[in-house]
Design a protein around this ligand. Structure first.
Ligand code: SAM
Length: 278
């Protein structure tokens, strides 16, 4: 997909990947709006048709990226490469392109990072403008501060495809649980058997009666966040949609590191002695 344009030469086209946030109407930043309004062409990968209609009220040439998805026989990676291709075609044609993604364009999203990489490699201006992601919303709606015990984020399938050491003393946030274990990259959902594999992997670090929070933030202003609390054991028999994120609270408290605390105490003592003689 890379063109023969020499790298690092100034080019007329440009691309800005911006986030629309999660909730229609309330999350769009003034800077993201200005990128949309000033673009020659706007591409859209959004959560639903209503949000796309709202975007159309901001620009006369909004092109949906949704039709590039196949119906079960096409890998999502093919779709995402096509997205990069159509966006770059307009950039190479000298257009000011704005690509709009729901949430934050750089969070669990391959194409925005890739199109920016390709555009910069070809000498075009490329910029990512952050948006309010599902992650931001879940901290607010579930009352979680990631700084309290630490917080790990994974695409759920990664825990199955790779040997990943999970830290049960921190929060664990799992994305794309609705299609956990899909090795084909063609399916939009998997079933109870696949969630059972996830539970088997998680049960190495968590008891089966541990709380699992299934979370969906509001995408329309008339909605409320949707929060379901089940046990890990119940996860296989609990339907999870493609718009939900799974949160496991810590199963254990952090343990004191006595050796390091003693070292720090000795340093503090030294510091106080130096202060006293200064
Ligand atoms: C491809 S990622 C896109 C994330 C998006 N870029 C963001 O900033 O939130 C899709 C995953 O985001 C999460 N997600 C999408 N919509 C959501 C919602 N309304 N509430 C909670 N999580 C959501 C789910 O884990 C879903 O599988």
């Amino acid at each position: 997909m890379l063109s023969s344009t020499p790298t690092n030469s100034p080019q007329h086209g440009s691309i800005a990947c911006v986030g629309l946030g999660m909730t229609l109407g309330s999350h769009l930043s003034p800077l993201a709006r200005s990128h949309i309004e000033q673009a020659d062409v706007v591409f859209a990968a959004l959560s639903d048709g209503i949000v796309e209609l709202w975007l159309q009220s901001m620009h006369p040439d909004v092109r949906s990226l949704q039709p590039y998805y196949g119906k079960g026989d096409k890998s999502r990676m093919v779709t995402y490469r096509e997205w990069v291709g159509v966006m770059m075609a307009e950039v190479r044609a000298g257009k000011k392109v704005c690509a709009v993604f729901y949430g934050h364009p750089g969070i669990f999203a391959w194409s925005p990072h890739e199109v920016i990489r390709v555009a910069r490699e070809e000498g075009f201006q490329a910029h990512m403008e952050p948006g309010i992601s599902a992650e931001d919303c879940l901290y607010a709606d579930l009352g979680i501060d990631p700084g309290r015990y630490g917080c790990q984020h994974y695409e759920a399938s990664q825990l199955l495809f790779f040997e990943i050491p999970v830290n049960p003393r921190a929060y664990l946030v799992l994305w794309q649980v609705g299609l956990v274990g899909d090795t084909s990259f063609k399916r939009f959902s998997t079933g109870p058997e696949y969630r059972q594999v996830l539970v088997d992997v998680l049960s190495q670090d968590y008891p089966l009666d541990h709380e699992a929070i299934i979370y969906r933030c509001a995408t329309l202003p008339i909605q409320q966040p949707h929060i379901r609390r089940v046990t890990l054991r119940e996860l296989p028999t609990t339907d999870i949609t493609s718009e939900e994120t799974l949160v496991l609270p810590p199963a254990d408290r952090p343990r004191h590191n006595d050796a390091i605390r003693e070292r720090l105490a000795a340093l503090d003592k030294l510091y106080q002695e130096k202060q006293a003689t200064a």
